[in-house]
Design a protein around this ligand. Structure first.
Ligand code: ZN
Length: 282
């Protein structure tokens, strides 16, 4: 299986003709895409019956499903009550993933706070507890995929995410290139810069996991403190996908690549897919 491209959530153009996400898998297939990241960013509000139906639609249309867990997750918290809620958000995401047959759950690790080393240690402990609980519920085949984030105030630097992924051999990093571009003040300008990111994943987690990693790619505006806002390709913001397409083509990697452009996530995912096809000479 090669790279699968798809939208995070639904494009504006989808909502012009459809109301329910149950229509999304078929719509996405008709666009020529192969993946869909279902957004639970405001909480896991989808019920079992609906999730099962969505999963059936995804199977029928050959769409790989992932879930983006709630934004309220903060594994770096030292507040026990917030940690309980955090674990619940991630476990509920895993349960919803099971209902719909989603194979990956993306989550933001938490806030960096004044001491990001201590924050990372707390986060590792909290995520390890979720891994244990997930195993008890037979949810441990679903990939937990912490995401690289776009601001220094968040826990989510590339090395922090890779460190979290050492907690379990089934975890995979979500490499968000827009976020990495933002937090490094626009460093992703050529193939070498992308290769360095991929090599870091290989160095820490090995080639086999690197090949299957989860990716987010979206045009992003940034300031001195990092990410400001996601845009559409047509708005002219970087990073440029072409050098990454070339690098992925040469390596033969097979990630799931989700586009989170503002309102045009499916259209832009298709543009990235076409760019990738051009890079492999298809
Ligand atoms: Zn995210």
């Amino acid at each position: 299986m090669g790279i699968l491209f798809g939208p995070g959530g639904n494009s504006q153009s989808f909502y012009e003709a459809h109301k329910s996400s149950l229509d999304a898998p078929q719509w996405i297939r008709k666009q020529g895409l192969g993946a869909y990241e279902y957004q639970c960013v405001r909480g896991v509000n989808i019920g079992e019956a609906m999730a099962v139906k969505l999963g059936e639609e995804a199977v029928r249309n050959g769409i790989a499903l992932s879930i983006h867990a709630p934004y309220y997750i903060n594994f770096a918290t030292s507040d026990p009550a917030l940690l309980v809620k955090t674990k619940k958000h991630l476990l509920n995401s895993l349960r919803a993933a099971r209902w719909m047959g989603a194979t990956r759950v993306v989550f933001h690790p938490g806030a960096a706070g004044p001491d990001r080393v201590a924050a990372l240690e707390r986060a590792k402990e909290g995520v390890a507890q979720v891994i244990d609980q997930a195993a008890d519920e037979n949810l441990d085949d679903i990939v937990l995929a912490p995401e690289t984030l776009g601001k220094m105030s968040y826990l989510g630097l590339l090395d922090e995410v890779l460190e979290l992924c050492t907690l379990s051999p089934t975890m995979l990093p979500t490499i968000d290139f827009g976020h990495i571009h933002a937090i490094t003040q626009g460093s992703l300008t050529d193939r070498q810069a992308y290769a360095a990111v991929l090599d870091r994943v290989v160095g820490r987690l090995g080639e086999e996991r690197a090949r299957r990693m989860h990716m987010h790619f979206s045009p992003v505006e940034f300031t001195a403190v990092g990410e400001r806002k996601h845009w559409s390709i047509k708005d002219g913001y970087g990073p440029d996908f072409w050098p990454l397409a070339e690098e992925l083509a040469e390596r033969g990697y097979a990630p799931i690549l989700i586009c989170e452009s503002k309102g045009t996530q499916a259209e832009d995912a298709l543009t990235y897919q076409q760019t990738y096809y051009a890079a492999i000479g298809a």
